[in-house]
Design a protein around this ligand. Structure first.
Ligand SMILES: Cc1cc2nc3c(=O)[nH]c(=O)nc-3n(C[C@H](O)[C@H](O)[C@H](O)COP(=O)(O)OP(=O)(O)OC[C@H]3O[C@@H](n4cnc5c(N)ncnc54)[C@H](O)[C@@H]3O)c2cc1C
Length: 242
């Protein structure tokens, strides 16, 4: 529930009142992904509703019309990537301006990609299918008008919340609360160490972070597991060094 520095050692406080002092701490508390908020929508997780767009998911939408939900850079990057595989990509945003949440270079790229169509003021209100997603319902949030779209895949990028509240600001995070490590700490100038932090080391020397909770992480199982394994090597280096 809390991390604190006592002289030089980090101290962890548990919810049962226990207090653990350790020379090194590895934070791997992950993040929660905002869901579409549609009743029964969770049953399509991994079978039509995806939270990442990698070559694996891209295979599932070859030649199909797919939807990407979100108005920030992650949604824009996914739309551009998926446009290389899908017949058509519908980018659904709640507002009326692509440039509000997205870098200009990306919105320009979207405008220039023939098979991406941006639907403003649009939200998904329904998901349907037997074992796999087959159809979604799109609603215009100004008029309430709805229409159906046949699609095997919806990609949602509507925000992730890192589990870092318990740190109460004692390690440096980005504005969204993800923990900065390595070079990102040096660039932000928040590191307390006299040396360059290790790749997975936070702004507190000896405190490491791995997986979804880390700023810039891939948000995939394989990368989270890989970072966990790498962190162990850095912990050994840290302990050896003094
Ligand atoms: C719906 C969904 C589908 C996904 N599909 C895929 C997929 O197909 N392929 C893929 O590669 N990735 C997928 N991902 C992403 C993948 O799940 C994550 O990238 C991965 O689980 C990250 O691992 P992690 O260990 O960093 O965090 P997590 O797996 O989130 O683990 C964090 C753990 O820390 C615990 N915790 C949180 N706060 C505290 C605290 N204060 N004290 C103690 N414990 C705490 C949590 O309870 C949790 O057990 C999906 C994610 C979601 C949400």
């Amino acid at each position: 529930v809390k991390l604190e520095l006592d002289n030089t050692y980090p101290i962890l406080y548990m919810d049962d009142g226990a207090r653990i002092s350790a020379r090194c701490v590895l934070i791997a508390t992950g993040a929660s992904y905002r869901r579409l908020g549609i009743a029964g929508g969770d049953m399509f997780d991994g079978v039509g509703v995806y939270y990442a767009a990698t070559p694996m998911e891209a295979q599932a939408c070859k030649g199909a019309d797919v939807a990407v939900v979100g108005g920030a850079n992650s949604a824009g990057q996914a739309a551009v990537f998926l446009a290389e595989h899908a017949r058509k990509v519908l980018l659904l945003i709640r507002g009326d301006d692509l440039n509000k949440g997205m870098s200009r270079y990306l919105s320009r790229r979207i405008e220039q990609t023939a098979n991406i169509e941006v639907l403003f003021h649009t939200e998904i209100t329904g998901l349907a299918g037997e074992r796999h997603l087959e159809e979604i319902v799109l609603a215009d949030n100004r008029t309430g008008a709805t229409r159906k779209l046949a699609t095997p895949a919806v990609f949602t990028f509507i925000g992730a919340r890192p589990h870092t509240e318990w740190l109460k600001g004692c390690v440096d995070t980005d504005p969204d609360g993800f923990i900065r490590t390595g070079v990102a700490v040096s660039v932000s100038g928040s590191g307390a160490a006299q040396r360059q932090p290790y790749f997975l080391e936070t702004s507190l020397p000896g405190v490491f972070a791995a997986g979804d909770v880390r700023h810039g992480s891939m948000k995939r199982v394989a990368s989270a597991v890989g970072e966990g394994a790498m962190a162990v090597a850095f912990v050994h280096d840290y302990l050896r060094s003094g």
